[in-house]
Write a protein of this length. Structure first.
Length: 282
């Protein structure tokens, strides 16, 4: 099943087009995409009836498939090669911060660059489908609604500002959390723990890896995070980025106005992020 947000309305993406969930369910299910994560089992049952499409798929209408999560977790240094390029040892527990939900945007968004030090970080993003608290190892995927493509855009000056790094603030400017194009349920993925992941800047490949290289995979992340705090339906987990970010290059390379960032994950899809200059008022 693929769940998308078409201009604020929840739709299924099916062969031949899309299905408006509220209309096709006779208003038994809501039109609000965020509200559906609290009723995930009902949505799955509805989708299993294979409703017929009622409109063509228009990707230009798509917005963030999880528009208002209560919690957004993000994981640092979760690929060994990325930890190595940053000069740190692989962690023993997932380094965790938050991206504030107001940073989220859709799969084809224009994002204002607040400075000349904004970096890219393609990530597999997990969407929680069932309340998860103290989940044992091996049961993490059972609490997952699906996965989507994301970018953990990062303003490195704010993120690393002394005397104490400000990861959450540096990664939460408006538009710094593009996600989409839809949420894909795990059963749609033949190898859900081994997906090709990468991104390109203006067509030049800058990151390329596989999610099998995650130090803490999806199951482990749900286990570890839920050992401390409940994960709620509709919450997001940005699982970490592979090597190839701009800030660790010699010389460092950052995004500039006019750049287009293309992020792709096998079996899920592609999102496009358009970087634009900040307008300065007199």
């Amino acid at each position: 099943m693929k769940l998308a947000n078409a201009e604020g309305r929840a739709v299924l993406v099916v062969d031949g087009g899309t299905v408006d969930i509220e209309t096709a369910s006779g208003a038994q299910l809501p039109s609000d995409p965020q509200a559906l994560y609290a009723r995930w089992d009902e949505l799955v049952a509805f989708a299993e009836r294979r409703p017929s499409p009622d409109a063509p798929l228009d990707v230009r209408r798509l917005e963030a498939p999880v528009p208002r999560p209560r919690q957004v977790f993000a994981i640092g240094m979760n690929y060994a090669a990325h930890a190595a390029e940053a000069g740190v040892e692989p962690p023993e527990f997932p380094p965790t911060f938050t991206k504030f939900p107001t940073c989220l945007t859709g799969p084809d968004a224009a994002v204002v660059l607040p400075s000349g030090f904004v970096d890219w970080e393609v990530e597999l993003v997990v969407v929680v489908g069932h309340l998860a608290y103290e989940v044992p190892e091996g049961r993490g995927w059972a609490h997952v609604a699906g996965v989507t493509v994301g970018q953990d855009l990062s303003e490195r000056l704010v993120q690393l500002r002394p005397p104490a790094p400000q990861f959450s603030l540096g990664k939460s400017f408006p538009g710094f959390g593009p996600i989409g194009p839809w949420v894909v349920t795990p059963d749609e993925l033949e190898h859900r723990d081994d997906l090709a992941i990468g991104c390109a800047v203006n067509g030049e490949e800058v990151q390329k890896s596989r999610t099998a290289d995650l130090i803490f995979g999806v199951d482990a992340l749900v286990h570890h995070l839920s050992s401390i705090t409940p994960l709620l339906p509709g919450d997001l987990i940005f699982t970490g980025t592979p090597s190839g970010v701009g800030g660790t290059r010699t010389p460092p390379r950052f995004l500039a106005p006019g750049d287009e960032l293309t992020s792709t994950i096998e079996g899920i899809g592609t999102i496009h992020t358009h970087l634009i200059a900040k307008e300065h008022t007199a």
